[in-house]
Design a protein around this ligand. Structure first.
Ligand SMILES: [Zn+2]
Length: 179
């Protein structure tokens, strides 16, 4: 989710085990703030919209029934059907290139969105969480990934082919399915 946030905040500990997320993401945020050439997303305003189906909207953000969620082959992580299918293809392509894409967060029920907001603060207040009920995690359309430097680079080169976009400038771990 985009929002007004401080760019100097400390990234989540789980975001990137290499510790590279902080400086990298700060550089990117700064670059984008200056109108420089960032990734093909975010600041350019050319992102495809997030496609929330009528059925999803009727169920509600963070209140999707099990029937609308599909396992993505890592732990108990699940996404909406189209996002899950696309992520499966992305993951397979990464594996063929010898790159590991580790999921740390996926569909996030409403109660977990509340807990996350409590823990890391809201965007509008310099934190890292969307207002509960508005997160793309709540639609089963976003994943948080634990990426080493090579995997991050692979995602930035390839993820868009599978419909995944790095759409929050200072959260290099957060990828949203937009297709
Ligand atoms: Zn996220």
């Amino acid at each position: 989710m985009l929002g007004v946030r401080a760019v100097t905040a400390v990234p989540l500990g789980s975001a990137n085990s290499s510790g590279a997320a902080g400086p990298l993401s700060f550089q990117r945020a700064l670059q984008q703030a200056r109108g420089g050439s960032g990734q093909a997303s975010g600041a350019s305003g050319s992102l495809p919209p997030v496609d929330v189906s009528d059925a999803m909207r009727a169920a509600g953000n963070g209140r999707l029934p099990d029937s609308m969620l599909v396992p993505i082959g890592q732990g108990g992580h699940r996404l909406g059907p189209r996002a899950a299918e696309a992520f499966g293809r992305l993951n397979a392509a990464a594996r063929r290139d010898g790159v590991a894409i580790r999921v740390t967060s996926s569909y996030r029920p409403y109660d977990e969105q509340v807990a996350t907001a409590d823990r890391v603060g809201l965007y509008g207040q310099g934190g890292w969480a969307a207002v509960p009920g508005t997160s793309n995690h709540g639609w089963g359309l976003a994943v948080d990934l634990d990426l080493d430097e090579r995997a991050q680079a692979w995602m930035r080169t390839n993820a868009e082919r599978f419909g995944f976009f790095e759409d929050v400038p200072d959260e290099p771990w957060h990828w949203t399915y937009r297709a």
